[in-house]
Design a protein around this ligand. Structure first.
Ligand SMILES: Nc1ncnc2c1ncn2[C@@H]1O[C@H](COP(=O)(O)OP(=O)(O)OP(=O)(O)O)[C@@H](O)[C@H]1O
Length: 273
């Protein structure tokens, strides 16, 4: 069953330039869909459109359905409520989500209390449990810390915990590990994959990394110059690509794997487009 359906999404700049062109795809319950594309291909704008967070100067057309409800027809306030509770977001940089001068624990309880009828004490207890699930140690200390006191990898784990804690049905992750070193990246991606599977969530994962999408995705949409040029199951897209551009990407991936001495295609790596 589809949780989110994007129908004929187009986004234009104030000058009328078409930045995303007639995109349609869906997020199936419990599955991960990757939007894979080079820089500037329109991936982030697509995710911002789903979140109702497009810059005001851009014009959007098309439909964004969440469980059949057209989000375009909602007020900004109602869209924001769906975003916080039903659609979680993991950004590339923790500073996009974490407040620099509010302790982590307080940010968790603010978030939870704004969506659920629970006390701060209960919210903090649940937050600490979730921090253990993202494999952070000394969670009581993390709750008291400010984001600048934590490492990049720790902040990314905190952000994942914050996105998953309200148990959203959908998580949108936009290049969530591209600012991290390769080892931390691999740890966080495998943790994210496990949690999304365990909590039975759907995920839209945005990346320019072909190997990462082969590791995470059930389905892939390949974006180029604002258009989805090809989409289908991961096995089909990477095993039997039809579009010339996707074929080139796959050839490039094979060369990279060979030149690295035979990386497993199932292991996360930083092979970017
Ligand atoms: N507010 C804006 N006004 C005009 N053009 C914009 C605006 N925001 C983004 N763009 C342009 O839209 C295109 C798609 O941008 P988008 O950020 O979605 O790309 P992307 O695929 O996510 O790339 P990256 O991986 O580098 O983040 C780019 O050419 C970008 O310059």
């Amino acid at each position: 069953m589809d949780v989110v359906e994007i129908k004929n999404l187009s986004i234009r700049s104030a000058e009328g330039q078409l930045l995303v062109h007639d995109s349609s795809f869906s997020l199936e319950s419990g599955k991960t869909h990757c939007l894979l594309g080079e820089s500037g291909s329109g991936k982030t704008l697509t995710s911002k459109a789903i979140l109702g967070m497009l810059p005001a100067d851009l014009h959007m057309s098309g439909d964004i359905l969440f469980r059949g409800q057209n989000l375009n027809l909602l007020s900004k306030k109602s869209w924001r409520q769906i975003r916080g509770k039903h659609i979680g977001t993991i950004f590339q940089h923790p500073e996009q989500a974490l407040h620099p001068s509010i302790p982590i624990g307080r940010q968790f309880s603010d978030l939870m209390c704004s969506h659920l009828p629970i006390s701060r004490y209960e919210a903090e207890k649940q937050a600490e449990k979730m921090l253990s699930r993202v494999l952070l140690k000394d969670t009581a200390q993390v709750m008291k810390s400010y984001s600048h006191e934590l490492s990049g990898g720790m902040n990314q784990r905190v952000m994942i915990a914050m996105a998953l804690l309200p148990k959203p049905e959908v998580v949108i992750a936009d290049e969530p590990t591209s600012a991290l070193d390769v080892t931390t990246q691999a740890e966080i991606i495998s943790l994210l994959r496990h949690l999304i599977w365990d909590l039975k969530m759907s995920m839209l994962f945005i990346t320019h990394d072909l190997l990462l999408s082969s590791y995470l995705a059930d389905t892939i949409g390949v974006m180029r110059s604002g258009e989805i040029i090809e989409q289908g199951s991961t096995e089909r897209i990477l095993g039997r690509p039809e579009h010339e551009y996707t074929k080139q990407l796959c050839r490039y991936r094979s060369q990279r794997i060979l030149s690295k001495g035979g990386n497993s295609p199932n292991a996360p790596s930083s092979t970017a487009l």
